[in-house]
Design a protein around this ligand. Structure first.
Ligand code: NAP
Length: 309
């Protein structure tokens, strides 16, 4: 019977997989050390991993019987796909489960930042709310502004649908011609998106091409001093360049679900900027999404071994 390891506590997956395999789970529910990961890839036939498990070259070179990695995430940037392929390890992600939750969160963090939701809530709970004030927590509207979307896949499209609901004019940068036709959605070259957008929302995977694409050079093309929303991966943005641009006003705000480094320490300069809102990579953190993610990742393992028999 194949042996499967679950790198975090995922009881629903444990139950499902338990009908088919010998299953072990990380009961401490903490991120495994590199030494522990090496042992997992050495001793198990399959692993149900999360994006916090860096299954890079050094780790995968310790694999002996590992046949399959099922990553409980939309992205696969935590797995060295070239090494996995070379060692004939099948790799699965869950492409569909995260779309709606991540698109929702895009607007949750954007609106929280530009309408100062966290500051306002803390003001109330500290007992500072004495009366209605004409200029208290003034923010800005979305309606009628340009909303740039970079990466028009599943999440980018779901974000565009929501943007239309807010009355935004959507500018899309995508490498192939887009099919989503609406009078307020326009496909434009990247430089035009940078030039016109009041908000720039990132929805590309992390690849050699997208790594660091939001850098000093790109920021200097952004004429509207935009708010940048990063729901993609931290390393799509060059953090030091973003910090500087937030300080000198070339970028008027940043709403970040993902950061580089991740996690980010409170001592990091980004955490000291009032025009930067950071949440701890919770784009997919809804009950609906996470249960679908875990179930689908478990089913990917079952499907893989069924196909082999
Ligand atoms: P997807 O459906 O595969 O869409 C990704 C899109 O990015 C594709 O349309 C792709 O276009 C485009 N793209 C790739 N490289 C590009 C480039 N260099 N320039 C312009 N466009 C490029 O994936 P998704 O489900 O929308 O997810 C997107 C990413 O979001 C994931 O890879 C993951 O990193 C991140 N994510 C984050 C969270 C979170 O919790 N924050 C949750 C889920 C996903 P082509 O068709 O031309 O390749």
């Amino acid at each position: 019977m194949a042996k499967i390891y679950l790198t975090r506590q995922m009881p629903a997956a444990q139950e499902l997989l338990g009908h088919h395999f010998e299953v072990e789970m990380n009961l401490e529910n903490r991120i495994l050390s590199r030494e522990e990961l090496k042992k997992v890839v050495r001793d198990f036939d399959g692993v149900l991993s999360t994006l916090a498990d860096k299954l890079d070259k050094e780790i995968l070179e310790h694999s002996q019987k590992l046949k399959v990695i099922s990553n409980c995430a939309a992205g696969l940037d935590n797995v060295d796909l070239v090494v996995a392929k070379g060692r004939k390890i099948a790799v699965y992600n869950v492409p569909d489960a995260t779309t709606q939750s991540t698109a929702d969160m895009t607007f949750a963090i954007l609106l929280s930042l530009i309408r100062k939701v966290a500051e306002a809530e803390s003001y109330v709970k500290k007992g500072l709310w004495k009366a209605w004030e004409p200029n208290l927590f003034l923010g800005e509207e979305l309606y009628g502004k340009y909303f740039g979307i970079i990466g028009f896949g599943k999440i980018g499209k779901a974000v565009a649908e929501r943007a239309l609901g807010f009355g935004l004019k959507v500018l899309v940068f995508a490498r192939s011609k887009i099919e989503m036709i609406h009078p307020r959605i326009q496909q434009v070259p990247l430089d035009e998106l940078y030039k016109k957008s009041h908000f720039i929302s990132l929805h590309v995977p992390l690849t050699p091409e997208t790594k660091g694409m939001i850098n000093e050079q790109a920021i200097n093309k952004m004429e509207q001093k935009p708010v940048i929303i990063n729901m993609a991966r931290g390393a799509v943005v060059v953090t030091d360049h973003l910090v500087q641009a937030l300080k000198d006003g070339r970028v008027r705000g940043a709403a970040l679900d993902v950061t580089d480094p991740e996690p980010i320490l409170p001592s990091h300069p980004l955490c000291h900027l009032r025009n930067c809102l950071i949440v701890p990579h919770i784009g997919s953190a809804t009950v609906e999404c996470r249960s679908l993610l875990v179930r689908s990742a478990a089913e990917n393992l079952i499907g893989y071994f069924n196909d082999q028999s």
